[in-house]
Ligand binder design. Structure first.
Ligand SMILES: [Zn+2]
Length: 69
């Protein structure tokens, strides 16, 4: 008998590990994707220092559709 893992596996596959910068202030939930951050990125919320870390995120939805050849 097949175990219906498909839905679960799909959801997992959609997450990827993304490098982010997270605010060091534990009371501040702000974070930005590293690709959108500037060098010496300050927290957009409290202007405090940011910490480089990782986060599991779904990949960015790309609006651009590649033409089929
Ligand atoms: Zn902050």
């Amino acid at each position: 008998m097949l175990v219906p893992l498909t839905a679960n596996e799909d959801a997992k596959a959609k997450l990827s590990i993304v490098k982010i910068l997270k605010c060091k202030n534990p009371e501040c939930k702000a974070w930005v994707r590293e690709e959108f951050a500037t060098p010496d990125q300050a927290c957009p919320m409290c202007k405090g220092p940011m910490l480089r870390t990782m986060k599991h995120l779904p990949p960015l939805q790309k609006k651009f559709k590649a033409p089929a050849k």
